[in-house]
Design a protein around this ligand. Structure first.
Ligand SMILES: [Zn+2]
Length: 124
């Protein structure tokens, strides 16, 4: 298997237009800072966990890997999109977080070439 960190870094970035509210409420960081924080918080990348901003379900990269789902979806889709009776089917690629509570549970990550994409916040 390819290096997980490389895999996470190669995640597809969907360019976004940030609203004024997002700029104030969301953590905005470079992809390198995001990956650095990830490795500082979690000793094992498979245990990195994210919280769905919509339903609050907490999921790990391992959960997605075990289901043979691209691990880069762990911070973009609620696992309920793939598993019945778990979480919800919310995806940050198809929905804009609108409420203050949801915005505070999302981050904006900026790639080296200046593209921005939204991700779920880390859990815990
Ligand atoms: Zn959810």
């Amino acid at each position: 298997m390819r290096n997980l960190k490389t895999l996470l870094k190669s995640a597809i970035a969907n360019p976004i237009n940030k609203s004024e509210k997002e700029k104030v409420l969301m953590v905005v960081q470079t992809q390198n800072d995001w990956l650095k924080e990830m490795t500082e918080r979690y000793s094992d990348l498979y245990l990195v966990s994210f919280e769905c901003p919509n339903c609050g379900h907490v999921q790990t990269i391992a959960d997605f890997n075990n289901l043979k789902i691209y691990p880069g979806r762990a911070y973009k889709d609620c696992i309920g999109k793939y598993v019945k009776d778990k979480g919800c089917n919310w995806s940050i690629d198809n929905n804009n977080p609108k409420t203050t509570k949801m915005l505070s549970k999302c981050r904006i990550v900026i790639t080296e070439d200046g593209k921005e994409y939204r991700v779920f916040d880390f859990a815990g």
